[in-house]
Design a protein around this ligand. Structure first.
Ligand code: PGA
Length: 255
């Protein structure tokens, strides 16, 4: 099944409103007529209004990096999914490994956030991935399956059809150490196989699974050439137009 390539830039805690607007201007100039690949960026919350405004009608999507699992309430410092939607985002990253590692997110909270995002008409980009010691113990697939089980618990195929998944091995994030195309493809295939046991074939066949973890212009083409790698979730290399654009090009060539 042909899946449209999807490249997402995760700016993490970088680029305040002014700098984000500057990068958005460059993205708009470079990508406004891009037809064959979906591109989104995930700025920090405070930069979302500038980026949404700048990228309006360009076809480039804007995602939040997180949202709360409840629609409103006494949760000081948090931002809800309806607020993210109202600010003009159409997507939201859920369960990024940095959220799991530093902010105590669990498979259970990830499940709540996916539901909150779907209720707010946002597309969740759900992140899974194993730590280095897990891979070295030969348990990478089992742990990712467990994360999927928790994240997708109780959700049906209509929900899955509205999600994107991202496989991001923790040991490859921000380390310069990328999974080899074979390692990444093996995991993406394992994820699709696991999903096939639980969801209808059409929904699983249409689902996009992105790879993330030290994706650069140098390794993007080989990763994106793998049949089950449908795009990239890019951190560091998404902060500069010179490094982000070649990754989008590599995805375009794949399509
Ligand atoms: P990286 O980050 O490309 O800097 O490794 C990827 C991510 O965390 O989404």
């Amino acid at each position: 099944m042909a899946r449209r390539p999807f490249v997402v830039g995760n700016w993490k805690m970088n680029l305040g409103p002014g700098e984000a607007d500057t990068l958005a201007i460059a993205l708009k100039r470079a990508l406004w007529d891009r037809q064959a690949v979906d591109v989104s960026v995930a700025p920090p919350y405070l930069s979302i209004p500038e980026v949404v405004n700048r990228l309006r009608a360009t076809g480039i999507g804007v995602a939040a990096q997180n949202c709360h699992g409840q629609p409103a309430g006494a949760f000081t410092g948090e931002v809800s999914a309806p607020m993210v939607r109202a600010a003009g985002c159409t997507q939201v990253l859920i369960g990024h490994s940095e959220r799991r590692q530093y902010f105590g997110e669990t498979d259970e909270s990830v499940n709540l956030k996916i539901r909150a995002a779907l209720d707010a008409d946002l597309e969740p980009i759900v992140c899974v991935g194993e730590a280095l010691f897990v891979r070295e113990a030969g348990k990478a697939v089992a742990v990712v399956e467990q994360q999927l089980e928790g994240a997708l618990s109780g959700l049906g195929s209509e929900a899955l059809e509205r999600c994107t998944l991202a496989y991001e091995p923790v040991w490859a994030i921000g380390t310069g150490r990328t999974a080899s195309p074979e390692q990444a493809e093996d995991m993406h295939r394992a994820i699709r196989t696991w999903l096939s046991g639980r969801f209808p074939k059409a929904a699983v066949g249409a689902l996009r699974i992105l790879y993330g973890g030290s994706v650069t212009p140098a390794n993007a083409a080989l990763l994106l050439a793998q049949p089950d790698i449908d795009g990239a979730l890019v951190g560091g290399a998404s902060l500069k137009i010179e490094t982000f654009l070649p990754i989008v090009e590599a995805a375009t060539t794949r399509s």
